[in-house]
Design a protein around this ligand. Structure first.
Ligand code: HEM
Length: 451
């Protein structure tokens, strides 16, 4: 009966309201719909759709041990990523996650920290006073260098243009694919499908080269991702199929650099807009102990830098929404929802909800520090589930620790030496594709800091 009340009430808006207007407005439309509401049913033909606006319900859904699968957005990614960790479900996901988890232990991340330091160091040497750059591009290539060296044990700089070109094609098409009947575009010949295939082929060529090179190296099962994937054997002693190796490698290559790049680009933008917060950060960066903390990639010691990154990801979560499909009928927040219901969690809306955050639209990194100046997520005082940049539950981001280390170390190292001037009237806007990017990038003039 509750299902009937939820979805047949005359006031229930159509899911079309989400699709009306530019795809880039989607995060704001979701935030407007969930404003002050815990659960918003939407009419979507034979399918039920609910938007979740309550942090407790969002966490509850994401942490359910069973009965919940990934939503339609992920299906759209499957044509590119196949059955890699992000897109796989069920037993395959559990098996692959167990296999890949050991690459992200704290010890491994500490090792990747040294890579992050040396990549940031090299970038600092390449930057000069007064140079004009787009910080989205700069952070994209920094993040790609780090993933290449840390996870693939190789230099991806020669492939950077290829990868960027492919992403420039793929990301804007993604919102079209997740619209009703968007998949039809993949079934019949048309210019969109051709462009997607070209982009997919570019990425495949990069990954194939990586796999071939790694397979030819004599140290099987080395410390890197490809070594581990190529060395694994099942109960019958068979290696992982090459297609699976390709899917995992491409997933980690894309998931591991695009999100981090976007997080860093937004952080630079916010610092340029908030000089008071920048000066507050620079007190930490100029402290004599900071140089050695950066050199050791001791990101836990960089409390203010962590706070800046956390606050920037609150306002601009690189993964702006998460979808889940209910596999069976179940209760959520006292409502009976049918199996098949698509549940949408707008991380962007949760992060800006005035019910959870004071001054939700203000960039206030201080909120993340306790009274002794130590970074503590609880210090912000938001309820559990109100801050989910990496998701939650069994599908929580496998690279979350690596991402936090990397963004903190890179920002600390570069912002210690440079600050970015962005034109006062510049508005980056949102590009809501797979990630929430600054649509117009972050064009800036770099200035060497007098210390
Ligand atoms: C600031 C950077 C990052 C953000 C904001 C981010 C965000 C997320 C989120 C929200 C999810 C969960 C999606 C869902 O539940 O549907 C996720 C999953 C995932 N992320 Fe990240 N991520 C970041 C960096 C990374 C890095 C550095 C890597 C790897 C090197 C990575 C690899 C993955 C993978 C493989 C998954 C799928 C995990 C699974 O389903 O088991 N991410 N990420």
């Amino acid at each position: 009966m509750v299902v009937v009340r939820l979805f047949r009430a005359p006031t229930v808006p159509s899911a079309r309201v989400l699709l009306r207007g530019s795809p880039d407005g989607l995060p704001d439309r979701m935030a407007a719909l969930t404003a002050g509401r815990d659960l918003v049913p939407l009419r979507a033909g034979p399918r039920d759709v609910v938007l979740i606006g309550d942090p407790g319900l969002a966490r509850d859904l994401l942490t359910r041990p069973s009965g919940v699968g990934k939503g339609r957005g992920i299906d759209a990614l499957k044509f590119l990523l196949g059955d890699g960790l992000l897109t796989a479900g069920g037993d395959l996901h559990r098996r692959q996650r167990r296999l890949i988890n050991p690459l992200f232990t704290p010890e491994k991340v500490a090792g990747y920290g040294m890579v992050a330091v040396s990549v940031a160091e090299a970038r600092a040497s390449a930057w000069t006073d007064g140079v004009r750059v787009d910080l989205l591009d700069e952070m994209g290539s920094v993040a790609l260098d780090i993933v290449g060296q840390a996870l693939f044990g190789t230099d991806l700089r020669g492939d950077a243009d290829r990868i960027a070109r492919a992403l420039d094609i793929l990301l804007p098409i993604f919102p079209t694919l997740i619209r009703p009947f968007g998949f039809a575009l993949l079934r019949v010949p048309n210019p969109v499908r051709s462009a997607l295939r070209r982009a997919g082929a570019e990425l495949d060529a990069v990954v194939e080269r990586l796999v071939e090179e790694r397979a030819a190296r004599p140290d099987p099962g080395g410390n890197d991702l490809l070594g581990a994937l190529l060395a694994v054997r099942d109960e019958e002693g068979r290696p992982m199929p090459r297609q699976q190796v390709r899917d995992e490698a491409l997933t980690l290559l894309l998931a591991g650099h695009e999100t981090t790049a976007v997080a860093l680009a937004w952080a630079w933008f916010e610092l340029s807009r908030n000089p008071e917060a920048r000066r507050w950060l620079e007190v930490e960066l100029d402290d004599p102990s900071t140089e050695s903390a950066i050199a050791r990639a001791d990101w836990h010691a960089l409390h203010r830098t962590r706070a800046v990154v956390a606050e920037s990801m609150r306002l601009h979560p690189p993964a702006h929404s998460i979808g889940r499909r209910l596999l069976v009928d179940q209760d959520l927040g006292g409502h009976r929802l049918r199996g098949g219901t698509l549940c949408l969690i707008s991380i962007y809306a949760l992060h800006r909800d005035p019910r959870s955050w004071s001054d939700p639209l203000t960039f206030a990194p201080r909120r993340w520090l306790d009274p002794t100046g130590v970074y503590d997520e609880r210090a912000a005082g938001a309820p559990r589930g109100a801050y989910l940049p990496f998701g939650a539950g069994a599908r929580i981001c496998i690279g979350a620790t690596m991402a936090q280390m990397e963004t903190t170390v890179v920002l600390a190292r570069l912002a210690r030496e440079f600050h970015a001037e962005v034109a006062e009237d510049f508005e980056p806007g949102n590009q809501a594709a797979v990630t929430l990017r600054p649509r117009r990038g972050v064009p800036a003039t770099l200035r060497t800091r007098a210390r």
